[in-house]
Design a protein around this ligand. Structure first.
Ligand SMILES: [Zn+2]
Ligand SMILES: [Zn+2]
Length: 826
């Protein structure tokens, strides 16, 4: 038998064995506590990269740990196979997206298997399979039937390079570029489908039932952007048809008396109607200039405020004063009503604008001690209402609600809550997605495809290169169909769905990927849901992680699922940077390829290193020398854990060489560190602190080497090795299994119970320190044998005898004789 540790030899062998023995299958078992561990499913856009490994390896290790703790653990995997990345890559290479995607899936399956993770491959789901997207379409139909899917014409963000619309979340950065290709986006008017996620804005703000990272909760809260205030209509003195007034939302209705002008977004539909003839040329030039700029540029607080008076006035409803209407780029049509009331005395932006254009700045909230003079800058704090009719003298914000009630009584406005959250735009003018299951009949309008006719299959024979039109629209026959209601000729919707629709419900499909009578088997659902722990990147905070929560809430309200939340616990990993501390990218040439590492060091070393080199939630730059160290450690484990007779290489201690006392002390020390390590590793697995798990196991390995001469072959040695291997099993599953088997222990190590920690064995030995004051014995104290000097001093000073003798005097010096005494000099 070869004695050397050759991971390339043992890893594929064990992977085949585990697969043959179906070791990772998790059927329903009502006698055991279930645990649904889920890691975000990958896009099959190319190679499995080191970031996947970094996200998935600790997730796998933790799932394995929980299995050893006795849970029935389901750990599934699949592919988010529709969508732009796959399609763009296919276009670049001139291969059909389907062919390209499925070839990649095959390749990535092999790569995923090389990790040795405990995926339950029988639960694999691929979102581009017709058996999968049949149900994606079915969910669309349910949302449509319940009024949560609707179509409207609207300006959308359009990537001219990808030739498709983007959701708000897919537009990034100051320059508003496409998330996928970094091309700046433009606006385009299109008739598209939306999901009413805004109906759930309030509930999505409630994180009470989930254990998610604070960071994600904050990102989602800000994204939803709730604010309380009032909607108020400013009447127009000469109202036209359909425009009696201008509606605004304000969070400060208590400042209404100080509104001295209004500002509309340049795109506001009333601008066209209200602009007077003599102002028209200037207004049109300003509108043209502004709409070229991006929303972000327009909103930026430090930019100089510009605007144009349109020649019209509105009436301030609380005091009847005529106030001028302006347009300005900093007011956005996409937020609120696209119109604001400007209160220059109490809003910094309005103040700057009013100063620049010479508009009045009356104070209506008096700061304490205000002398009645004009303000030199906007005052946005609390104070007393002045120049405010019936509210003069009232303190705010305490009386804000009273103002809202008064507005309601007077019929001038009503209390309102506003959110930044917008409905979820799901139409994509692309090919590689699930077709939207809607048919347009000249007589019956939008008709959902009947459920027994799903899936609406995506045809293979299309021109999938982007033209700006939906590829399905260009297909000669695909869109032609009949109306499900009247049977007369009708047209299919030719757009496909946002891929985030597919990933909003995949956790349900994993339950029963072959199930044909519904999106999931209700029996599997009843046992497994919700997901107990979800792991993946924080970059999904305002997309996938909001969508999937919305989806579950909407399905719950339709009676399809039972839970309020899809995933009880969420944990995010950090990012691995290149060795140069920069983001990994092909152009920088700093990409680390896991396949190469696996063939060089073995999967176990890669896994162990990824868990060791950084705090998981923080991430760090990659280090090539670091992985060498981890590989060396596994080699050390190998040679120390091989049974002594395995090769006859190890030499046994001859017994007489070391004293009985030394052997006894070493045995005790080894047992102590074994149990201390069990405690540390267990606590750290619970806390997702994977790097300290590996360092604890490394320290334990060192301790084994130190005591080897005196303890090898003794029961304490065997206990230590067995325990080490069990704790190593979740991290480096192959080497742990190999050594376990070679020691003649029953297959499989991955079915063993997690080691128990014995408090008594872990306890440190204690010694008695003598406490002296000025050389006289005043007390004695029990302390751990390995106590440091500082702590020994503290413990001595805290004894009753020392305190009584010192009687409040400060010690001049404290001397420690390690292991024996502490002398306090006063
Ligand atoms: Zn793009
Ligand atoms: Zn019809």
């Amino acid at each position: 038998m070869v004695d050397k540790y050759i991971p390339q030899d043992i890893e594929p062998r064990w992977q085949r064995q585990w697969e043959a023995d179906r070791l990772s299958r998790a059927p329903i078992d009502k006698t055991r506590q279930k645990f649904y561990a889920l890691t975000m499913l990958p896009y099959p856009s190319g190679d499995l990269h080191i970031g996947h490994w970094y996200a998935m390896t600790p997730s796998d290790a933790r799932a394995r740990y929980l299995r050893m703790r006795g849970y029935n653990v389901m750990f599934p995997i699949g592919f988010d196979a529709f969508g732009l990345p796959a399609e763009n890559a296919a276009i670049k290479r001139g291969i059909h997206p389907k062919q390209w995607t499925y070839a990649n899936i095959d390749r990535m399956r092999r790569q995923l298997r090389s990790m040795g993770a405990m995926w339950d491959w029988e639960r694999e789901a691929v979102s581009s399979d017709p058996e999968y997207y049949r149900w994606t379409q079915w969910f669309f139909v349910q949302l449509f039937k319940h009024g949560l899917a609707y179509k409207k014409m609207s300006p959308v963000d359009w990537c001219p390079n990808c030739n498709t619309t983007l959701a708000r979340e897919q537009v990034w950065g100051e320059d508003r570029h496409c998330e996928r290709c970094e091309t700046p986006v433009i606006k385009k008017n299109l008739d598209q489908w939306y999901f009413k996620i805004t109906d759930y804005a309030e509930e999505l703000l409630d994180f009470g039932k989930i254990d998610w990272p604070e960071r994600v909760k904050v990102l989602q809260t800000n994204w939803i952007g709730r604010s309380e205030g009032a909607r108020v209509t400013f009447p127009l003195p000469s109202p036209g048809e359909g425009h009696e007034g201008i509606e605004v939302f304000t969070t400060r209705p208590d400042t209404l008396w100080g509104a001295t002008f209004m500002v509309l977004a340049p795109e506001h539909p009333l601008v066209e109607k209200l602009t007077t003839a003599e102002r028209r040329a200037e207004v049109e030039a300003y509108v043209a200039e502004t709409t070229r700029r991006t929303d972000i540029e327009r909103e930026a607080a430090d930019k100089e405020k510009t605007g144009v008076f349109i020649g019209a006035v509105a009436v301030n409803p609380v005091n009847g004063e005529s106030i001028p209407i302006w347009i300005a780029g900093y007011v956005l049509m996409t937020y609120g009503t696209g119109a604001i009331m400007a209160v220059p005395a109490h809003d910094a932006r309005d103040f700057a604008f009013a100063q620049k254009y010479g508009l009045p700045i009356p104070v209506v909230i008096a700061p304490s001690g205000w002398d009645g003079q004009p303000l030199s800058e906007a005052y946005e704090g609390s104070g007393t209402m002045v120049n405010s009719g019936p509210f003069d003298g009232m303190p705010v914000p305490e009386n804000k609600d009273k103002v809202i009630r008064w507005l309601e009584e007077q019929g001038l406005g009503q209390g309102a809550v506003q959110y930044k959250l917008r409905d979820w735009l799901i139409s994509r003018q692309r090919y590689w997605g699930a077709p939207i299951p809607i048919v347009y009949c000249p007589e019956h309008g939008q008709v959902a495809v009947p459920e027994d006719q799903l899936p609406v299959r995506l045809p293979d024979d299309v021109e999938w290169k982007p033209t700006g039109e939906s590829p399905l629209k260009l297909h000669p026959t695909w869109a032609k169909t009949t109306c499900p209601v009247c049977g007369r000729p009708a047209e299919r919707d030719t757009d496909t769905m946002d891929t985030f629709m597919c990933s909003s419900w995949y956790q349900y499909r994993y339950l029963s990927p072959a199930y044909g009578r519904g999106a999931f088997d209700p029996e599997e659902y009843a046992y497994w849901m919700p997901v107990d722990c979800y792991t993946g990147g924080v970059e999904h905070a305002t997309m996938h992680l909001i969508y999937t929560r919305f989806f579950t809430k909407a399905l719950r309200d339709m009676g399809v699922v039972r839970d309020d939340e899809p995933m009880t616990q969420l944990r995010n990993q950090g990012i691995i940077l290149g060795e140069d501390s920069e983001k990994m990218s092909k152009s920088r040439g700093n990409v680390v390829a896991p396949d190469e590492l696996v063939s060089r060091y073995g999967a176990d070393a890669v896994r162990a290193y990824l868990m060791f080199f950084a705090r998981w939630e923080q991430g760090a730059p990659w280090s090539s020398s670091g992985i060498e160290g981890t590989a060396r450690w596994l080699n050390r484990v190998w040679s120390i854990a091989l049974p002594a007779d395995d090769e006859g290489r190890k030499t046994k201690d001859e017994g007489g060489a070391s004293s009985h006392d030394a052997r006894h002390e070493d045995a005790k020390a080894l047992r102590r560190i074994t149990h201390q390590t069990v405690r540390r590793v267990t606590d750290d697995f619970e806390a997702f602190e994977f790097n300290t798990i590996v360092s604890a196991l490394m320290e334990m390995t060192n301790a084994l080497y130190k005591t080897r001469a005196t303890t090898e072959g003794a029961p304490v040695w065997d206990e230590a090795i067995t325990t080490l291997l069990k704790m190593l099993a979740p991290i480096a599953p192959h080497i742990a299994e190999e050594l376990w088997t070679r020691r003649g222990l029953p297959y499989s190590i991955h079915r063993q119970a997690w080691p128990e920690y014995a408090a008594a064995a872990a306890a440190e030995d204690t010694i008695t320190l003598v406490v002296q004051v000025n050389g006289k014995v005043r007390d004695r104290v029990e302390v751990p044998a390995g106590i440091g000097e500082d702590e020994a001093k503290q413990r001595a000073l805290a004894t009753e005898g020392a305190k009584r003798t010192l009687d409040g005097r400060r010690p001049k010096k404290v001397l420690v004789v390690p292991g024996r005494l502490v002398n306090i000099v006063v």
